[in-house]
Design a protein around this ligand. Structure first.
Ligand SMILES: [Fe+2]
Ligand SMILES: [Fe+2]
Length: 260
């Protein structure tokens, strides 16, 4: 089966691009299932139920998140009623929501999705992502060999380490968070597809989806500035993973598409 995985969707422009482009991409690549990282859908910071609803119309099946998951205050209450929205599994158990799930594709095949967050240069309060993967992946494999991991991390080294750690145990380890797609897509020897970062759905004329000037000002002056999201000129980044029934990945292709 083929799975479309989409990087961090940023703001209104990102949501519009997903709605406009994903149905066509699913047809073009004959994808049975779509996973997207939604940590930045609400004005660049966090998620809301209403924003997620728009993306369901764009035919996304499961949403992963990351360090921005709790940016919108009300979302801690909303996530409990949203079984297809995952928060990082290695966040403390006291947090609402869940970090993994097993879902059914229209073909009837089961797809497990696991959301993890790295701890290098970020999320210092999270539990060890490797220990979490070691605990959760065998449980998921009891239900399906087809497992997709979103590893939300800053450091390429930590992401590659997770990919190698899970090689042969999951179908794909795909990085998110940096908003910049990497050109290192490959299938590891054990049959796990890997890409350090799949990128974002955000503006080309931006710094990670945000307007240039406030970000430049913060870097140059060190003074706090309000980052605004650019909602025009949107480019979608993702990856299409081809997985056999035994869970082994046999293909990974980068996808880049501009919203006309
Ligand atoms: Fe992000
Ligand atoms: Fe992030």
């Amino acid at each position: 089966m083929k799975i479309l995985f989409i990087g961090d969707i940023v703001g209104k422009g990102g949501r519009e691009a997903v709605q406009a482009l994903v149905p066509g991409l699913r047809r073009e690549y004959a994808c049975d299932f779509c996973i997207a990282n939604a940590e930045n859908i609400a004005g660049g910071n966090g998620l809301t139920r209403n924003c997620l609803q728009e993306l369901l119309e764009g035919r996304v099946d499961v949403f992963t998140t990351g360090d921005h998951v709790w940016d919108q205050k009300e979302f801690a209450g909303e996530i409990k009623s949203l079984p297809n929205v995952l928060r990082p599994a290695n966040y403390p158990v006291e947090q609402p929501g869940c970090g993994w799930g097993v879902f059914s594709a229209p073909s009837g095949e089961k797809v497990a999705v696991l959301s993890l967050i790295g701890r290098t240069f970020m999320a210092a309060g999270a539990d060890c992502p490797f220990a979490a993967a070691e605990r959760i992946v065998p449980e998921l494999r009891k239900e399906t060999p087809l497992i997709i991991v979103d590893f939300h991390g800053e450091a390429t080294s930590e992401k590659i380490a997770m990919g190698r750690f899970l090689d042969g145990k999951v179908s794909a380890v795909l990085g998110t968070h940096t908003h910049v797609p990497t050109a290192d897509q490959q299938i590891f020897p054990g049959g796990t597809a890997f890409q350090c970062d799949v990128g974002m759905v955000g503006a080309r004329e931006s710094i990670l989806g945000r307007a240039l000037e406030p970000v430049l000002s913060r870097f140059r002056t060190g003074m706090p500035t309000r980052f605004t999201v650019v909602d025009r000129g949107i480019r979608l980044h993702g990856a299409v993973i081809t997985v056999e029934a035994n869970g082994r990945a046999v293909g990974i292709e980068r996808v880049m598409r501009d919203l006309p």
